[in-house]
Design a protein around this ligand. Structure first.
Ligand code: A4P
Ligand code: MG
Length: 178
């Protein structure tokens, strides 16, 4: 497996977060979530993948927009999970049933090389290696964490790049005054 860049040795923990939405203004919800994550205490956004349009996996409803971001954070894992769930709630997230369509989903995919097994938090995310909507964007921002064999295993899943690098910057810009 390739090695991470030298910047990986900076202070704070490197954490990969999967973003997804298939209801509402999906792109804007993901872009605003990136701003909210960057504003968390002790946390800064260090990488954002392209934006992908993906067919629902193990679920139904409209297509998703997905991306993966990396943050550096000094928060503890459960504190970061709480903060991500608060961002989901602020975006109107409801949980009527398992894998229901959602306005915003923020999953912790990787916490450096650590394995976390807590009742509320399992990292690496237990299904990330089954999913192109995680592996393809993750391979863009952290290629040392994804193998060719893993990408080949999910090659049949419907995924296409919707917007390239910088997509979130356009969507975060304030709407022009009327
Ligand atoms: N939890 C445990 N580990 C984690 C983690 N690593 N990150 C717990 C985040 N949460 C974690 O999550 C349910 C509970 O999982 C949380 O309360 C937390 O304590 P949730 O966000 O309420 O529900 P969820 O996201 O539906 O659950 P889960 O199990 O993460 O769903 P999956 O397996 O990720 O599937 N298809 C496409 N194309 N794109 C998608 O984004 N997403 C799903 C969700 C299904 N199909 C999809 C997509
Ligand atoms: Mg989730």
């Amino acid at each position: 497996m390739a090695q991470p860049p030298v910047a990986m040795t900076e202070a704070g923990r490197w954490v990969a977060i999967g973003l997804g939405a298939n209801l509402g203004d999906r792109g804007r919800a993901l872009a605003m979530a990136l701003l909210a994550m960057d504003a968390l205490p002790g946390t800064r956004l260090v990488a954002v993948s392209s934006l992908y349009s993906t067919a629902p996996v193990d679920s139904s409803g409209p297509d998703y927009l997905n991306a993966v971001a990396a943050v550096r954070t000094t928060l503890a894992p459960l504190a970061l999970l709480d903060a991500l769930q608060a961002i989901e709630l602020a975006a109107g997230r409801e949980r009527p049933y398992r894998n229901a369509p959602r306005t915003l989903d923020l999953d912790i995919e990787l916490w450096e090389d650590e394995c976390i097994r807590l009742p509320r938090l399992c990292v690496p995310h237990p299904r990330m290696h089954e999913r192109a909507f995680v592996l393809v964007p993750l391979a863009e921002i952290a290629p040392w964490r994804v193998t060719l064999a893993q990408l080949q295993a999910v090659a049949g899943q419907g995924i296409r790049m919707a917007e390239g690098a910088g997509w979130h910057l356009q969507l975060q810009a304030p709407a022009p005054a009327a």
